[in-house]
Design a protein around this ligand. Structure first.
Ligand code: SAM
Length: 261
């Protein structure tokens, strides 16, 4: 029976074989890779990944698709996790593996949960080799944005603190069924082995405060947390707008907050 795409699960299925092959070539799966695909859907990418890999973990929330995938890939080495990726303990995949190899994570992600999912995965970044995702193009632009532009914000700082990221290519709506309203892009994320040291919660707090009023100057955005003189002592101009503050400067602010909290 034909599966009717469910909007609430962000189901836009890849149908363009050229695009699917390009994504798989970009991921370049190797036989022994320890890989997990989030949201395999009807298996557009899964089929090619399984051809290359000895085993593939998949995390899918839609029970109908879980059944469909289990039927479709009966003989293949597909390890199904019928679960919500937002709650899924990706670390458990490392612990159960015999060799403790780090994970590679891939997926054409449901756009409605992409930001919380990226933050959830960041908790496991030390156990991950790389991540390749299809996301809404605008989200990828915000992830890789450099200071100074309007795309640079909370997502850019919190992810760039932990990952090196590249936007690899753009995918048009026509590559999907049903076609989404927006363009998509493939992003590669490589966890930074040693992110600049600071307390994550303090960094989140400073970044959230800074970008909650983007039009104000930094001194005003951070008024409850830092005095003007503290900012000057840290070598940060209090009169700039938050979108010009670099990741390293945000880390400096988070460290200062931790020291004087
Ligand atoms: N990978 C398939 C493809 O490229 O055709 C499907 C991609 S579709 C954009 C997103 C997939 O993620 C769907 O299969 C959907 O059911 C699944 N999904 C949505 N929310 C999820 C969640 N919280 N956890 C796991 N899978 C989820």
């Amino acid at each position: 029976m034909k599966h009717i795409p469910r909007k609430r699960f962000g189901q836009n299925f890849l149908t363009d074989q050229l695009v699917i092959s390009s994504i798989i070539n970009t991921i370049a799966p190797q036989e022994d890779d320890h890989m997990v695909e989030i949201g395999p859907g009807q298996g557009a990418m899964t089929a090619l990944l399984l051809q290359a890999l000895k085993a593939l973990h998949v995390v899918e929330i839609d029970r109908d698709l879980v059944v469909l995938l289990e039927k479709k890939f009966k003989s293949a080495n597909l390890i199904m996790h019928a679960a919500d990726a937002l709650q899924f303990d990706f670390g458990s995949l490392i612990n159960v593996s015999q060799t403790d190899r780090k994970l590679r994570v891939v997926g054409n992600l449901p756009y409605n949960i992409s930001t919380p999912l990226l933050f959830h995965l960041a908790d496991f970044s030390a156990q991950i080799i790389d991540q390749h995702f299809m996301l809404q193009k605008e989200v990828v632009e915000r992830m890789v944005a450099e200071p100074g532009g309007k795309e640079y914000g909370r997502l850019s700082v919190m992810l760039q603190w932990r990952y090196t990221m590249d936007c690899l290519f753009i995918v048009p709506p026509t590559a999907f069924d049903p076609p989404p309203k927006v363009e998509s892009a493939i992003v590669r994320m490589l966890p930074i082995t040693k992110p600049l040291e600071c307390d994550q919660q303090k960094l989140e707090l400073v970044v959230m405060k800074a970008f909650s009023q983007r039009r104000k100057v930094l001194r005003n955005c951070l008024s409850g947390l830092f005095t003007e003189n503290q900012l000057i002592d840290l070598g940060i101009d209090p009169t700039v707008r938050p979108e010009t503050v670099s990741v390293e400067q945000f880390v400096r602010l988070a460290r200062e907050l931790a020291e004087h909290a």
